[in-house]
Design a protein around this ligand. Structure first.
Ligand SMILES: Nc1ncnc2c1ncn2[C@@H]1O[C@H](COP(=O)(O)OP(=O)(O)OP(=O)(O)O)[C@@H](O)[C@H]1O
Length: 231
């Protein structure tokens, strides 16, 4: 039997701006994503990919339609419901968004603090284990400025996955990386996500990494226009 979707979107519309400047950005989006799937979202610049990703991540309010994440309806959700959902999501952005005044280890540990279930000891052990998994155990006390682009993005992967998220949302995680580092980063995400049974939804323009996806979803001018599954 098929598991219930981890993300279930029905008739979702989204608008930016007010009154005369109001502009529709997403049009009647319908999408189901199941646990453990790796999905790539593609489309031209301005087609609405980031807007959709941030709605799913509880980083914007749903205005119209239904968007359920982990079974919770985000339309008219209260703050506590949104916070609870965000606790189970790891975020990876194009600009890694590491905090420059914290070390590599502290950046990853900070993410565990959002998670009530970790004791300090567990959080430390888990953070070190994740940094080892991404091949950075020799850089724990470095600051982000002293790392290469690929290394920073690997820290961002460790940070996103350290709290055993059910879902990872990644917005162009390889955009700032050369081909080899980009490939390394997504293969790492793929391996860790499979090990932790985590779902990945990734926006990318990077044709070199499409093969890691179970499904590729295409967007055009705010519409979902098609899906291609892995052959
Ligand atoms: N805060 C905002 N206010 C008004 N319009 C916005 C805002 N953010 C995005 N838009 C517009 O919404 C549309 C969709 O933007 P979005 O960033 O979701 O597209 P995208 O597909 O992710 O593009 P890219 O690949 O360039 O990141 C664009 O026309 C953009 O100009």
């Amino acid at each position: 039997m098929k598991q219930s979707p981890i993300i279930n979107i029905q008739n979702l519309n989204y608008y930016f701006g007010q009154r005369a400047l109001r502009k529709q950005i997403l049009f009647d989006i319908n999408l189901q994503i199941h646990p453990g799937e790796i999905i790539i979202l593609m489309g031209q610049s301005g087609s609405g990919k980031t807007t959709l990703l941030t709605l799913i991540g509880g980083l914007r309010s749903v205005q119209n339609g239904s968007l359920k994440v982990f079974g919770t309806e985000l339309y008219k959700a209260n703050n506590q419901q949104i916070i609870d959902i965000r606790r189970h999501i790891g975020y990876i952005f194009q600009a890694h968004n590491l905090l420059g005044f914290l070390t590599v280890l502290q950046n990853v540990q900070m993410s565990t603090k959002l998670h009530r279930d970790f004791s300090q000891q567990e959080a430390d052990a888990r953070s070190k284990a994740m940094l080892e998994a991404v091949g950075l155990s020799h850089r724990l006390n470095y600051y982000p400025d002293d790392l290469s682009g690929g290394q920073k993005q690997r820290v961002a992967v460790a940070r996103a996955l350290v709290s055993y998220p059910k879902l990872v949302l990644a917005d162009e995680p390889t955009a700032a990386l050369d081909s080899k580092s980009g490939r390394d980063v997504v293969e790492l995400m793929q391996r860790l996500a499979k090990e932790q049974a985590c779902t990945i939804l990734m926006v990318t323009h990077d044709n070199r990494i499409l093969d890691i996806a179970d499904r590729i979803i295409h967007m055009e001018d705010g519409h979902l226009v098609g899906t291609s599954a892995k052959t």
